[in-house]
Design a protein around this ligand. Sequence first.
Ligand code: GDP
Length: 534
Amino acid sequence: MRDTIPNRPDLPAEIARRRTFAIISHPDAGKTTLTEKFLLYGGAIQMAGQVRAKGEARRTRSDFMQMEKDRGISVSASAMSFDFGEFRFNLVDTPGHADFSEDTYRTLTAVDAAVMVIDGAKGVESQTQKLFEVCRLRDLPILTFCNKMDRESRDTFEIIDEIQENLAIDVTPASWPIGMGRDFLGCYDMLHDRLDLMDRADRNRVATSIRVEGLDDPELDRHIPAHLLEKLREEVELARGLLPVLDPQAVLEGHMTPIWFGSAINSFGVRELMEGVSTYAPEPQPQSAEPRQISPEEPKVSGFVFKVQANMDPRHRDRVAFVRLASGHFARGMKLTHVRSGKTMTVASPVLFLAADRELAEEAWAGDIIGIPNHGQLRIGDTLTEGEALRVTGIPSFAPELLQSVRANDPLKSKHLEKALMQFAEEGAAKVFKPLIGSGYIVGVVGQLQFEVLASRIGLEYGLPVRFEPTQFTSARWASGERRALDRFVESNRQHIAHDHDGDVVYLTRLQWDIDRVVRDCPEIALAATKEMQ
Ligand code: GDP
């Protein structure tokens, strides 16, 4: 099947075998369970339950983590690497909660494909839809897993129709479910004409596959009750007549998604999905950058920071920058140029996220994610190269949807507060704006919960109790234009102007009407809801 995909013979085998992807879903659809099964099949963990157990051990470490646990959400995202057959999978975890979507968006700039998990009873939910739209902006190939087929779920055609209509993408069935809920037996593998039966007794066992010669094979009668078999034959015939056949090129271009049906908790359908990722998700793709695109097979190493996480280990005040390698073969101890500052850094202790634990990365290839511990030099959007002045593009920063002012309870500690806020701004955890008029800072986030997380982290990490309070502003837009025009704009709108942590001009307001007015009356000024990280 691979030879139907445009192959790139010049790609070194180590790069060609890499699949870097994320799982997107609405909370509760089964992302954690599926991730765990991926690791189990990849031999990275011995027993299901370890990911969650480990997560819980980590969460009890601090009050902040306690809050995370209480809310039942996962604030931190990470990357996991494991082998599946001849392939190396790099699964980049995305936080599922809507309040952390900006982080998720940026994570999606570091992957070449996404697996979309939907709940068979609920179909396409709001967060799935939002994340899908982001994948679409980047034309990311998407493979779909319809989970929880062991429960009462919707009719198969209905699920497929809903995806096609809500997401405007062609859907092609890679497997077809037999029965549902209590009667769910397994799937007919439409790609390999195979019968896959689910073993309800053992949740951690791979399904039994029975090879059949099409839907008329008498072998089917031995395993499927007559009424379900009749329904299966009818439905598959109908599906083959009505639904598009799998076109690997259309999948790569993001116009078509193959769908597998299964039950993550019962380990059913997972291996087929993983085989699907190996076959239909692409190898590491070229990266857009200025002044030129970067190809993965280039011998020189380059990469970019898509996430920064502080205090992963409370005992060390380090930060880890998550770097997606865009090209080359990286070896530990390499000297890389930090393009933004022009400085050289020796990457002495890079971390590879081998499933269960952080390990020192001796080597890594294009497509891999490595963690680089640092003291704040590395920011989201930064590019690292072996000397060439390249700048990776397309890593967005979104205008916050909620704005509040922040104050230290002790006014003498405002310098400390400033330091904490700068750290969070650089980490990408919040937008920090310094208004032109008055003192203090305005913090912008995408979801309300982030204010609580920030207050809790500032308290814990800086020993600084703070208060968030409402401001008169509800929207922020980055303003740009020719220097003199921008100065004039700033002068005549002083009460609306602030600077972000990079010093860029931001226009704050409460009214959409104000924004429309600027657009109408100041054609020389551009207002933007997103900014490229730099
Ligand atoms: P996440 O929020 O997307 O990470 O979802 P989780 O993996 O935590 O799953 C949410 C809930 O659904 C948990 O209680 C799981 O045990 C349950 N679940 C996950 N997969 C399945 C499945 O295939 N069948 C059933 N019946 N429940 C499942």
